[in-house]
Design a protein around this ligand. Structure first.
Ligand SMILES: C[S@@+](CC[C@H](N)C(=O)[O-])C[C@H]1O[C@@H](n2cnc3c(N)ncnc32)[C@H](O)[C@@H]1O
Ligand code: SF4
Length: 448
């Protein structure tokens, strides 16, 4: 348990650190030519497998809480045009990369990738696995919305080599579901899980959100027991990122229905208690996995890594992203695509990548990124003797967190306590060299 006073002090806007430096620090002068240069540099290590991300932005309805880049449509011609654009984009990137690279991780995100029907999914696979080679032991994951996913699609995806599936659930209480415009019965979710298991998906993740309008401790406890009964392998319990300035759809939510930060914290505790009691281990921030899952084992061993696609046991050399708003992470640079379908298509039809911003990382950026990732994933970091001197100011700034019982510091060794792990974003901010730059905090959600 954490005191209300400490909770208030810790409740600040903070990055989620899926990247460092964070997106507001990237530059819009980083353009398609820079992006192509980054791909060419990544091509110099063809023996190292790549990670691929494909963004499928389409959804059949807009959930009012949604913070993702989505396009609500029923127009199949738009989807076909998007696939045409993806085909061009993949060809441009593949040409810059040269040799047929091996892919050890593929993630289809959205939006809702199962908005694509079987023929469109097959087409996507042909587009990807002409220029690239899917490694035999690759991790192939996709996000699905049970309400738009048919058994035939799951069967095809399993046959194509997909082995991890992540389903949006958010909350199973009908009152909460009405408040956020996402109606999905527990039976519907159970059927989708059963189909996924039947066709051979070895790993099923469920996404929940705490902090949504009309959630109460009693309703969320019921949701969590139903989730446990569904027997997923992994569960993500995201803190609701309420950012109405950036996401106009969230302005439709009734502010009076949102839980207070104390109530929100209680919801998180309920999820945490129930999942631990059911045999799940907490992974980094917001994530849980069964003790026997490879993520739980990596968390125990302190070898987890995290990127835009979530927690993983496989740190890849580079993630190459395709599609609107996709983010490529080369380790030495980030590059983001335009979020608008029209501009994305226009760029790739003209033969160039649809890059809108990015960042070349300095040596200092890379050091700080590794520290922040370790804190966010493994709840500890060892800076070594030289690091303890380089980051002496930061280590000194951790004193008040130590006094609050969030961590211990021993030389260059920082270890978060169980409460500290919940507030890893606050601790990570101490190592963020940009956090005081003008406008940096505006777009971040709060830590509670
Ligand atoms: C692309 S969606 C999942 C796939 C599918 N579209 C669905 O909703 O079932 C990824 C996940 O992001 C999470 N999410 C979306 N908006 C969020 C927000 N504003 N705050 C926290 N989590 C959010 C949800 O848990 C959602 O399942
Ligand atoms: S939560 Fe999923 S289904 Fe709902 S709008 Fe967002 S991406 Fe689409």
């Amino acid at each position: 348990m954490i005191s209300a006073e400490l909770l208030r002090r810790l409740d600040v806007p903070a990055p989620r650190y899926t990247s460092y430096p964070t997106v507001p620090e990237w530059s819009d002068t980083f353009d398609a030519a820079d992006h192509a240069r980054a791909l060419a540099r990544a091509s110099l290590t063809p023996e190292q497998p790549l990670s691929l991300y494909v963004h499928i932005p389409f959804c059949k309805e807009l959930c009012t809480y949604c913070g993702c880049n989505v396009v609500v449509t029923r127009d199949q011609a738009r989807v076909e045009r998007y696939l045409d654009a993806l085909e061009r984009e993949i060809a441009i990137a593949a040409a810059a990369l040269g040799a047929r690279h091996r892919v050890s991780r593929l993630h289809l995100g959205g939006g809702t990738p199962t908005f694509l029907d079987e023929r469109q999914l097959m087409r996507l696979w042909r587009m990807l696995f002409g220029p690239f080679v899917l490694a035999r032991d690759a991790e192939v994951a996709l996000e699905i919305d049970p309400a738009v996913t048919r058994p035939e699609q799951l069967e095809l995806l399993a046959a194509l080599g997909c082995n991890r599936i992540s389903m949006g659930v958010q909350d199973l209480d009908p009152d909460v579901q009405r408040a956020v415009n996402r109606i999905q019965t527990v039976e519907e979710t159970a059927r989708a899980i059963a189909h996924a298991r039947q066709v051979g998906f070895g790993s099923v993740n469920l996404d929940l959100i705490y902090g949504l309008p009309r959630q109460t401790p009693a309703s969320f406890a019921r949701t969590m027991s139903q989730v446990v009964e569904l027997r997923p392998d992994r569960v993500a319990v995201f803190s609701f990122a309420y950012v109405p300035a950036a996401r106009p759809n969230q302005r439709r939510l009734q502010v009076a229905d949102l839980p207070s930060s104390d109530a929100k914290q209680r919801l998180q505790e309920i999820a945490d208690e129930q999942l631990r009691a059911a045999g799940f281990r907490a992974i980094g921030i917001d994530h849980y996995a069964r003790e026997e899952d490879e993520l739980a084992r990596a968390a125990k061993a302190g070898t987890l890594w995290r990127d835009f696609q979530g927690y993983t046991t496989r740190r890849s050399n580079a993630t190459v992203a395709f599609g609107v708003s996709g983010i490529s992470d080369f380790g030495f640079a980030y590059a983001q695509n335009d979020h608008a379908l029209g501009r994305h298509a226009e760029a790739v039809n003209a033969g160039r990548l649809a890059t809108v911003r990015g960042k070349w990382l300095s040596e200092d950026d890379r050091r700080r990124r590794d520290i922040i990732t370790d804190l966010m994933c493994n709840g500890r970091v060892d800076l070594g003797t030289e690091g303890a001197v380089y980051f002496a100011d930061e280590l000194e700034s951790l004193a008040h967190f130590q006094a609050d019982g969030l961590l211990t510091v021993d030389g260059g060794h920082v270890v978060l306590t169980p409460i500290g792990q919940r507030f890893a974003r606050n601790v990570a901010m101490v190592f963020d060299a940009y956090v005081r730059s003008p406008g940096a905090a505006r777009s971040f959600s709060r830590t509670v």
